[in-house]
Design a protein around this ligand. Structure first.
Ligand code: AKG
Ligand code: FE2
Length: 349
């Protein structure tokens, strides 16, 4: 069995000193780019409701109705099986998944078509979006504290709703069951990629593993849904990962780690001793992500942090824009470049 990824688990339980949590979080973000967060981080009910809505959406909405809500260049809406290709250089076929993206809500209302099947739950989805975003804002604040950014809310304040619209996206993902050889040959559920934004919160269900990260030795390591010590928690920890924008913004100090969702091989028998719990699960898989982005107009300028500056000097990359071209991008420009590369058909039109 491939060895599981070593990803630190950080306890967000109330009463722990903020500086201690911030330090652990930064160390994990610098070394691994992935972090599990457990305890008191989030209202468990909101996660359950989100999965309930997602399952209802994918299992009861007919294709015509999904098409009415098709993804647009604003990155909102439904994207069908094989229509997104996260690793266009390598993949022979698009990702074996479908997804529904919600952009930001205004006064509880979606700014995009919502499928009839879940129209009565629009306010609930907006509430879930806000709850997830509040956790992301807390994480971004703690990263500011840990990196000694001045002011410490440098990252988090740009993610507040009141500071302007952003590309932040709540995404419901559905990976259909893989049954036939045709479905498994050359197929991948989500191609190898790094996330585009600042941080991503990922929610998964017990027994539905499949996510893998690329280790520094270029091997794929599975990321368990419930890593050791969290097995009896009421719900799996939230998996947080650093996206390209935050890596770029910190001159590469925080890691944006490559990951993918592989198509399971083998017999999917979770009881077999060489299989991680839920690894090799061939049935329909659901996950939910909140991809966070700062307000679109935010210029991704050097972060006012001596920790980041010193790390850049040590690595010999003092220039803080990370491109080597010296041009400061806005958050919107950064996102547009990445979307164009992965939605090949949408941009052909
Ligand atoms: O479904 C998962 O576990 C991960 C999905 C993912 O990495 C993504 O959508 O960016
Ligand atoms: Fe991802």
């Amino acid at each position: 069995m491939a060895k599981s990824a070593e990803i630190p688990i950080i306890d967000f339980a109330s009463g722990r000193p903020e500086k201690e949590i911030a330090k652990e979080l930064c160390e994990a973000a610098i070394t691994y780019g992935f972090i599990y967060i457990r305890s008191g981080a989030l209202d468990v009910g909101a996660v359950d409701r989100a999965f309930d809505i997602s399952k209802h959406l994918f299992s009861t909405t007919d294709v015509e109705e999904k098409k009415r809500c098709s993804i647009q260049k604003n990155n909102r809406g439904w994207t069908g099986i094989r229509s997104e290709t996260l690793d266009p250089k390598t993949q022979k076929a698009g990702d074996f998944k479908e997804a529904f993206n919600f952009g930001e809500f205004v006064d509880g209302k979606a700014q995009q078509p919502v499928p009839n099947s879940i129209a009565d739950r629009e306010g609930e989805i907006s509430d879930i979006f806000d709850k997830f975003r509040a956790l992301a804002v807390r994480i971004l604040y703690l990263l500011g504290v840990g990196l000694e950014v001045n002011p410490p809310d440098f990252f988090s304040s740009t993610h507040l709703k009141e500071n302007g619209s952003s590309g932040t996206t709540l995404r419901f993902l559905h990976y259909p069951s893989v049954d036939s050889a045709e479905e498994t040959t050359d197929a991948i559920r989500a191609g190898a990629h790094t996330d585009y934004g600042s941080v991503t919160l990922l929610f998964r269900l017990k027994g539905q593993a499949g996510l893998q990260i690329l280790t520094p030795s270029s091997t794929w390591a599975p990321v368990p849904v419930c890593p050791p010590t969290t097995e009896s928690d009421p719900s799996p920890p939230v998996l947080v990962n650093i996206g390209d924008m935050l890596s770029y913004w910190t001159n590469g100090l925080l890691k944006s780690t490559t990951h993918r969702v592989a198509v399971p091989t083998g017999d999917g028998d979770a009881a077999a001793s060489d299989v991680l719990e839920g690894e090799g699960f061939k049935g329909g898989r659901y996950s939910i992500a909140l991809f966070c982005h700062p307000a679109g107009k935010t210029r991704l300028e050097p972060v006012p942090s001596e920790v980041v500056q010193r790390a850049g000097e040590k690595a010999g990359t003092v220039e803080a824009t990370g491109t080597g071209e010296g041009k400061v991008l806005t958050a919107d420009e950064h996102l547009a470049t990445r979307l164009k590369a992965s939605y090949i058909d949408l941009y052909k039109k």
